[in-house]
Ligand binder design. Structure first.
Ligand SMILES: [Zn+2]
Length: 186
């Protein structure tokens, strides 16, 4: 409001607003099938959140941020404790030494025809998950994101390819260190 030096942006243009990406995409929830803004009104909101966490981690982060803010004032003692216990801080303090070095890959259904590939354990090899997710995304030309403490979800069925791709990218992981969990319900 104090930026009086800005040029007035009075510009009339026809056609699409340059500040908006068309078509405007509405993200629908795979659990309740409503646009995700309405999930919180759905009785199975917890399941919606689980779905979001898996499939639209970015949106899930937003939801979580909103929730963390609101429980601060409204939630009781127990609620606060629970949040702390399950918080991200706890996950980070986990000792790596205790974890066996093993990567697991599995396939999980997504919708009726598609499936996703879940990769866990990369961080037991000290691999940066964000870098790995990005690598998978460009390697397979599909969505790929970090979805948990040591979990990456790749949007597509690329499980079988990973047995070649992972050791090729990270020679410290040999094929025998990759465990095929097959098809998993998530
Ligand atoms: Zn939902």
């Amino acid at each position: 409001m104090s930026e009086g030096s800005d040029k007035p942006q009075v510009e009339f243009r026809l056609g699409p607003d340059p500040n908006v990406t068309y078509p405007i995409r509405v993200q629908y929830c795979g659990n309740c099938s409503l646009p995700i803004e309405y999930c919180e009104y759905y009785p199975e909101y917890e399941k919606c959140k689980q779905w979001l966490e898996r499939n639209l981690p970015n949106e899930f982060e937003k939801v979580k941020l909103v929730e963390d803010g609101s429980t601060e004032s409204g939630g009781g003692e127990d609620e606060k404790k629970r949040q702390k216990r399950g918080g991200k801080g706890m996950l980070k303090t986990k000792k790596k030494e205790d974890v066996p070095k093993l990567v697991t890959v599995s396939r999980a259904p997504r919708g009726k025809k598609k499936s996703v590939t879940v990769v866990t354990g990369l961080s037991t090899f000290d691999i940066d998950l964000k870098v790995a997710a990005k690598f998978f995304g460009s390697k397979f030309a599909c969505g790929s994101s970090v979805t948990g403490d040591d979990e990456i979800v790749i949007q597509g069925d690329v499980k079988d390819d990973l047995f070649d791709v992972i050791p090729e990218k990270w020679p410290q992981i040999d094929e025998d260190s990759i465990d095929d969990l097959g098809d998993q319900k998530r």
